[in-house]
Design a protein around this ligand. Structure first.
Ligand code: ASP
Length: 344
C-alpha cells in the first residue's frame, strides 16, 4: 500500500485579491475547499481508487455554488449555461468527457460514465445528454445552474462587450482602469469588478494518488463568462485541461482555455517529465510560468505524481486550491503565498 496517497483540488484561478475579498467570503471558500478535500481524503483512506476520489471531489465542487461548474456555472452570451467536464484514469489511460451539456446535474458523472461505458471518449451537446440519460444520470432544469452572483457578473460582461463593439476606446479605457483599480471578490462582483473573461476563471478540478499507487484527474467547468454559444475550452479536452498517466502524473488545469488548448498544457507536464526527465514541479512550473505566458495564457494547474509529490502553480493573482494527505489536516489557500513546504 502506498502511504503517500494524496488528493489536490482547485476551484479556479484569476484576479482574486486579498484586498477585495471580504473575511466572510474568504472563510466560506476555505470551508468549502476543506470539506471537499476531507471527502476525497476519506475515499482514499478507505482504500478507494484515485478515480473515485477525483470524481467525488469534483461532484461536490459542482454542487457548490461558489465555483463555476455545475451549480454556479457562468452564463453564455445567450444567457444560458453550457457545461464541460473530463476525467482520466492514469492506471489504464481510459478517459471520458462531455461538452456543451445544459441539463445534466453533474457533468463529471456523465464524463465518468463515458469513461466506463462507452468506446468513445468525448460526447457533445444533445448526444452527450442522450448518453447521460441512457446511463440514468440526474437531469435538472437549466435554471438550476444559475446564481444571482453569476447573473450580475454576466450583465457586467455584456455591458463591457457592448462598449467594445461600439469601439468607444475612451469609455473602454476608463471602464477598465476603474475596474482594475477595484478588482473584487471572485463571486460577488461589485459594479466595478473586472469581468474581462481573460481575467476570471472558476473551473474546478481534482487530481489524486491512491494507496494502490494509481493516479487520476478530473476537471469540470461552465467555461468563461459571456462565451459564445457552442464555444468549448480546454476543460473537456484530454491533454489540454485534464490528463493522467501512472507513468508520470495527473494534471487538472484552469485558465484561459484557448491558450491551454494551444499549449496542450496538461499533457505537456507529463511529456516533459517523460522526455526531459524533469521533476513534477519543474515540468509544471515551466508550463505555467514560461510556456503559457508566451501566448498570454493565464491560469494555473494542480498536479500530483506517482510518488505523491504535489504542485499547484498559477500565474494569476490567486487560485482557490488545496491538498490533503492521509491522516493530515487538509491545507487550503487562495492567494499567492507558500503555506507549506513544496506548496507553490
Ligand atoms: N479553462 C476554462 C475554459 O476555458 C475556464 C476556467 O478555467 O475557468 O473553459
Amino acid at each position: 500500500m502506498n502511504s503517500n496517497a494524496v488528493i489536490a483540488i482547485h476551484g479556479g484561478a484569476g484576479t482574486i485579491l486579498r484586498a477585495s475579498m471580504s473575511a466572510s467570503a474568504e472563510t466560506e471558500y476555505h470551508a468549502a475547499l476543506h470539506a471537499v478535500l476531507s471527502a476525497g481524503q476519506r475515499v482514499l483512506a478507505d482504500g478507494g481508487s484515485a478515480l473515485d476520489a477525483v470524481s467525488e471531489a469534483v461532484r461536490l465542487l459542482e454542487d457548490c455554488p461558489l465555483f463555476n461548474a455545475g451549480r454556479g456555472a457562468v452564463y453564455t452570451a445567450a444567457g444560458t449555461h453550457e457545461l464541460d467536464a473530463a476525467i482520466m484514469d492514469g492506471r489504464t489511460l481510459d478517459a471520458g468527457a462531455i461538452c456543451c451539456v445544459k441539463r445534466v446535474r453533474n457533468p463529471i458523472l456523465a464524463a465518468r460514465s463515458v469513461l466506463e461505458h462507452s468506446e468513445h471518449v468525448l460526447f457533445t451537446g444533445e448526444g452527450a445528454e442522450a448518453f447521460a440519460a441512457a446511463q440514468g444520470l440526474e437531469f435538472v432544469e437549466p435554471g438550476y445552474f444559475g446564481t444571482e452572483a453569476r447573473h450580475r457578473q454576466w450583465l457586467l460582461a455584456r455591458h463591457q462587450q457592448r462598449a467594445m463593439l461600439d469601439h468607444d476606446g475612451a469609455a473602454l479605457a476608463a471602464a477598465s482602469a476603474s475596474a482594475s483599480a477595484s478588482a473584487s471578490n471572485h463571486d460577488e462582483p461589485t459594479p466595478h469588478e473586472p469581468i474581462d473573461p481573460n481575467r476570471k476563471f472558476g473551473t474546478v478540478g481534482a487530481v489524486a494518488l491512491d494507496q494502490h499507487g494509481h493516479l487520476a484527474a478530473a476537471t469540470s467547468t461552465g467555461g468563461v463568462t459571456n462565451k459564445q454559444v457552442g464555444r468549448v475550452g480546454d476543460t473537456p479536452l484530454i491533454g489540454a485541461g485534464c490528463y493522467a498517466d501512472d507513468a508520470t502524473c495527473a494534471v487538472s488545469t484552469t485558465g484561459s482555455g484557448e491558450m491551454f488548448m494551444r499549449m496542450v498544457a496538461a499533457y505537456d507536464v507529463a511529456a516533459q517529465m517523460a522526455y526531459r526527465q524533469v521533476s513534477l514541479q519543474e515540468a509544471a512550473h515551466d508550463v505555467v510560468m514560461n510556456r503559457l505566458p508566451k501566448i498570454d495564457g493565464r491560469g494555473g494547474l494542480i498536479a500530483v505524481d506517482a510518488r505523491g509529490n504535489v504542485t499547484l502553480p498559477f500565474n494569476t493573482e490567486g487560485m482557490y486550491r488545496g491538498f490533503a494527505r492521509l491522516g493530515e489536516t487538509p491545507v487550503t489557500a487562495i492567494y499567492r503565498q507558500a503555506v507549506a513546504p513544496g506548496f507553490a
